[in-house]
Structure formats: structure tokens, C-alpha cells
Design a protein around this ligand. Structure first.
Ligand SMILES: [Fe+2]
Ligand SMILES: [Fe+2]
Length: 192
């Protein structure tokens, strides 16, 4: 059961497959940034050992995903493109930064925003898995989607453990914000 409040426009998968090199390039950056933000959470919260361990493991998994997507780019004679930024994640993190609750509220929001990004990535990787004509690549995307689903659950659990009061209400508000952000963005050959 996903925490998302909206389903991706069914037209997106056609757009993503029409320029698979661009989609793979963006996806590689998503995995790299997921690893980087896990490392940042370790750096920012050394006083929370279970969070540090969970993020150390997550960073390792996300780097494996990054490497897997780099390999796909390489098979296609491509290399990592320039990172053009992620307006989706930036908009969501901006909304997440404005919640109540001081430092605990900021950590709660950061964990919930990460859960939503994982959930949306999972949804879209699964759409790709169902539509990719190459069975090998479809299988890779099915496995990556399953992994991101686990990350969605991990971040929701961590938010409950470390987020103080009002986690469910805040998840509700941020999930609605996430759906608005997705609806306002154009359909592009990107993961978000
Ligand atoms: Fe990943
Ligand atoms: Fe992930």
C-alpha cells in the first residue's frame, strides 16, 4: 500500500520510453542523490545510532542502484549526463522545510519527504518495468521498484520513531502537497 495520493498520468510511461537514454540518465542521478541524502542524514544525526545504521545501509543500496543504471547507460554507449536538477524534489523539500515542530519537526519532515520521493520512484520504476520491451531491463526495473518500496516503508517507520508528535497528520499534508507538485509538472523523460 503506497502513501501516494495520486497515480502518475498514464501518458508518462510513453514519454519516458520515447527517450530512454534521457530517462536512464535522470534515473542515475536520482539514485546518486538518494545515496547522498542518506549520507547527509548520517552526518547530521550522529546522536541517533539506529538512524545512522539504517542510512549507511540505504546509501550502500542506492549506490548499487546507481551503479546498475550506470551499467545500462554504458551498454547503450552513454555516460552520466549533466545533472539538470530535480524540480520535483526541490519543491517537495521546500514544502517539507516549512512544517511545525522545531528540530524534531525538521527531521520528521525530511524523513517523510524522503518516504514520498521513494514512493513516487517506486511507482514510476514499476510502470517502466511493465512497459519496457527488453525483458532484461524490465526485470532490473521490477527489482529496483521493489527495493524502493522497502525504502518507502523504512522512511515512514523512521519518521514514526524519530519524528515526535503529529507524524500521521504531517504525512497526510505532505502527501497531498506531493500530489499537487506532481500534477503541476510537465511529463518528461525523467523519473519525476
Ligand atoms: Fe534506489
Ligand atoms: Fe530508494
Amino acid at each position: 500500500v503506497t502513501i501516494l495520493r495520486s497515480a502518475t498520468d498514464p501518458c508518462w510511461v510513453g514519454v519516458a520510453l520515447a527517450d530512454l537514454d534521457a530517462t536512464l540518465g535522470d534515473h542515475a542521478h536520482c539514485e546518486k542523490k538518494a545515496a547522498a541524502s542518506a549520507v547527509k542524514l548520517c552526518a547530521d544525526h550522529p546522536d541517533r545510532p539506529d538512524l545512522v545504521r539504517a542510512m549507511a545501509r540505504l546509501a550502500q543500496e542506492e549506490m548499487q542502484h546507481f551503479f546498475a543504471v550506470l551499467n545500462e547507460l554504458s551498454r547503450r554507449g552513454r555516460t552520466l549526463p549533466l545533472d539538470e536538477g530535480d524540480p520535483y524534489a526541490q519543491a517537495l523539500l521546500a514544502r517539507a522545510g516549512s512544517g511545525p515542530g522545531g528540530a524534531a519537526g525538521r527531521l520528521r519532515d525530511r524523513l517523510l519527504a524522503a518516504a514520498l520521493i521513494e514512493a513516487r520512484s517506486c511507482e514510476r520504476l514499476r510502470l517502466l518495468a511493465g512497459a519496457l520491451p527488453d525483458p532484461r531491463l524490465a526485470d532490473l526495473y521490477a527489482r529496483l521498484a521493489q527495493s524502493e518500496e522497502g525504502h518507502e516503508r523504512l522512511f515512514v517507520d523512521l519518521a514514526h520513531r524519530h519524528g515526535g508528535q503529529g507524524v500521521d497528520a504531517r504525512l497526510d499534508a505532505l502527501a497531498r502537497a506531493e500530489a499537487e507538485i506532481v500534477a503541476a509538472l510537465p511529463l518528461l523523460p525523467r523519473i519525476h
